[in-house]
Design a protein around this ligand. Sequence first.
Ligand code: UD1
Ligand code: CA
Length: 435
Amino acid sequence: MILSVIILAAGQGTRMNSDIPKVFHEVGNYPMIYHVLDISQKLKAKSTTVVISNQLKNYKTFLLSKYQHIKFCYQHNQLGTAHAVLEAFKNYEIKETDTTLVLYGDTPSVTFKTLNAALRDFDKKNLDLSVISMIVKDLNNSYGRLLIKKGKLNKIIEKTEQTNEEKKIQLCNSGIMIIKTKHLFKKIKKIKNKNKKKEFYLTDLVEIFIKENYKVSNFNCKLGESMGVNDKEDLAKLEKQFQEDMRKKFLKKGVTLIDPSSVYFSKDTKIGKDVVIYPNVYFGPGVKVGDKVTIKSFCDIELTKIGNGSVIGPFARLRGDTVIDNNAKIGNFVEVKKSKINHDVKISHLSYIGDSVIEKNTNIGAGTITCNFDGFNKNKTYIGENCFIGSNTSLIAPIKIKKNSVIGAGTVVDKNVQEGSVVYRKSKLIKKDKT
Ligand code: UD1
Ligand code: CA
């Protein structure tokens, strides 16, 4: 099979009520269009065409930097899904393929496994058109309905055209279609816009193919995989489903989630073995957790690598390219930003560590703050190994504290400190007796 993939992403997305193009809204902190493009990459298609609107022009270079395998076609006026597919044919590569898979940029949960099975089914049965369908029990939805006559798919009826009886049909269209390329190219021009929305519906192709005696069928998949996003409510539903799938995945992998429903992941979250995650933890993008790590409640973590055996939280915030090495301890109310924390470092309570490097075995006392911002620039802090930083210390960056040094509690340090120093500010304690 020589495959081409067409991804429709030109829709206005007006129902999202947002300035951000619909397909750039995120599920699992990852744009919907990326979810779809990742799958298309796995399918190893001969050509992948993304149909975009003028509104998406500015996102083009952005998409190309991540996905070099795609070609773009413009749909200047959004006249419907069939019109969008016709625009895709401006990429001549499609005509050199025998099978075309149409995916929607707003249907990001479909899996490689399902698409692969549907493509194999299409091939085996020598079909001309296959619709990926799903059963939707909640009838209050805007999906197209599949009309089955004598056990065979006969027609797809769009929301605007459905009678009250047709609205009761549970077999719905996911939007994903597999079609023999040569038939698609010939027959798509037959689609008319004689419907209430005056749009050219790709789904009308089913009826046209049936009339031409082509082999048409449908391939069922799980609803969780085929939900489309039209508004923010749909997006929230999809996010919920995504989070449930991620929790199941990690539980299966042996991660302990004490209260799974209160832990949130990103698409790229990676977690090692024998990790324990307490309730209410949020993983933003770019988090990699090693083995035997414990993450206590109420942590917010993004763009951070956590080494084996470390203990994080409760109430820790880790962000901005941070690396926590093995067996480190980041305790309660500690924020770490863009820093490298080496192994066996302890930052147990109430600290801000930003733009810093802390070498191994150093202990950071409660209330230590790296004063990294002088109002203009972000400055760096370096703390060598085996240091002891007393409680309530302010380190005015840029600053270097060399190894084996001790800083007394409550010190404002604004000069570099040599190896093995003891540093404190002498200020007299005034004590007056009550008269
Ligand atoms: C579509 C299907 C419907 C199906 C549902 C599944 C049609 C006519 N209807 O309806 O049967 O149940 O998806 O989610 O296909 N797009 C373009 N250009 C356009 C119009 C749309 O590129 O002119 C793109 C959109 O960006 C989107 C996709 O096509 O990614 C689907 O369009 P949308 O308007 O959301 O269709 P639905 O009403 O959801
Ligand atoms: Ca849709």
